[in-house]
Design a protein around this ligand. Sequence first.
Ligand code: FAD
Length: 334
Amino acid sequence: MNFDDYRGVWVFIEEKNGAVAPVSLELLGAGRALADKRNSELAGLLIGENVKQLAQTAFEYGADKVYVYDDSIYRHYRTETYMRAVLACVEKHKPEILLYGATSTGKDLASAVATDLPTGLTADTTQLDVEADTGLLLASRPAFGGNIMATILCKKYRPQMATVRPKVMKALPREAGRSGEMVDESIPLEEADIRTKVLEIVRSTTQRMRIDEADVIVAGGKGLGGPAGFQLVERLAATLGAAVGASRDVVEAGWIGHHHQVGQTGVTVTPKIYFAIGISGAIQHIVGMQNAGLIIAINKDPAAPIFQSSHYGIVGDALAIVPLLIEAFQNALG
Ligand code: FAD
């Protein structure tokens, strides 16, 4: 493998509801810094149906170039179709670095691509840097339950790939009218070649707001006693315009769906504010929320481990305290 053949930083541009997903804008910001350090170009990789207009957004947020695969076969995300497009583009244009958002789509796609390319993938990165002279990507992420930061290198293969957590990197300010080069790409791909078909998309009716995108999360645990107690969490969240999170025990008890589970086997979240109500603070929960900007815990046990990871703690009965908070916030917010 000749490393000199591999140039440029790429970002997989994820489309969401007809717009570029926020995490992709964040990655363009991070990618711009890496590309500048390497004196190379920043490119977006955009796949979908009728997505060409999104290339302009990518330019305005820092991309020099966007490779576009625009075809009805990419209408819905499917691992196989998207993976084939990424593999073809990588083989043809050879990026040095390829970044994906650590969303469900980004993680699925990156791991599928990594199984085919003879290279590695650093998952769930929270810091990125590059050695200016060698081009070695320094991809860092919490390891061992969040106790250390591990910097992972891919010394022998290219491209170097990483998924990056949403809300960690900063998007650049939008530069309206900034332009770049759009490169139309295509591969011969017939529907008959693809093993998976999307028959119907059923939107979850229980998930009001995605926890991985929320600025404020109100999360509840078994300490709320049952579904009726958990309703208080939902009411506080509704008052604050927040998303609802939960511990695994709550999800397993069926009080709320798995989409809301925070933690090692749930979702990793980084909101500005995280309320942990009636949650003990088991390490498997903590690793999913410890990077929140402000953590406020309510627990009746002053020795509950959650208080060690919280900025503010209220010791007391959540069933009595949360209604007071709801009332106070309702009054304050009008
Ligand atoms: P509990 O541990 O039962 O804690 C309830 C808390 O509520 C206690 O601290 C108690 O003092 C307090 N309380 C009780 N009554 C009140 C009241 N009236 N007012 C205020 N406080 C009150 N867990 C996750 O959350 N996410 C994960 O992704 C996850 N993954 C896991 C993966 C593995 C492999 C394993 C082994 C476990 C995992 N767990 C996960 C489970 C985790 O270990 C804990 O069992 C779980 O987080 C506990 O949930 P809890 O805090 O709601 O309940």
